[in-house]
Design a protein around this ligand. Structure first.
Ligand SMILES: [Zn+2]
Length: 136
C-alpha cells in the first residue's frame, strides 16, 4: 500500500459533489464530463504532477462523491484493489493473525491514531480501520 493520507484528514468534513454523479457515485466533472470530481480536485491541487491512468486518487473517507482535497491520496492500481479488498468490497478478504489484530488494538488503546498504527504495523489504513470498527 503506497497510498498516503494526511494524518489529520478526519479533522476536515467531507465535501460532497453537488453536481451530477457517475453510477459509482463519483462526482462527474472535468472535460466533457468524463472526469471525476475527486480526481480533478487532486489534479488542481497538484498542477505539476502528471496523473497516469494507472494512478488512482483514493478517498481516506471512502465516500465516492467527496472531493475534499484533505481526504484524497494517490495510489496505484494494485493499491486500489488492495484497498477495495480491505474494505470488504473485493472477492477476497484480508485476514490478519490474532497477534497482528492484538497489536492494532494495543496501539489504539495507547492512544495512537489510525494513521500512526498503520505506519507502525505496515497494514493499510483501511485494514486498521476495519479491525477497529469490528471491535466497536
Ligand atoms: Zn471525504
Amino acid at each position: 500500500m503506497i497510498v498516503e493520507f494526511r494524518d489529520d484528514w478526519q479533522n476536515f468534513p467531507c465535501k460532497e459533489w453537488q453536481g451530477s454523479r457517475t453510477v459509482f457515485g463519483y462526482g462527474r466533472a472535468g472535460a466533457r464530463g468524463k472526469g471525476h470530481a475527486h480526481r480533478e480536485a487532486w489534479k488542481e491541487a497538484h498542477p505539476d504532477f502528471m496523473l497516469s491512468p494507472k494512478e488512482f486518487v483514493m478517498h481516506a473517507c471512502d465516500n465516492p462523491p467527496c472531493y475534499r482535497i484533505e481526504h484524497l491520496g494517490l495510489g496505484t492500481a494494485a493499491d486500489n484493489m488492495a484497498d477495495k479488498e480491505a474494505k470488504g468490497r473485493g472477492n477476497r478478504k484480508l485476514r490478519l493473525s490474532k497477534d497482528q489484530i492484538a497489536q492494532i488494538y494495543e496501539l489504539a488503546d495507547s492512544g495512537k491514531s489510525r494513521n500512526a498504527i498503520r505506519k507502525a504495523t505496515g497494514h493499510g489504513y483501511s485494514t486498521v480501520t476495519r479491525y477497529l470498527n469490528e471491535r466497536e
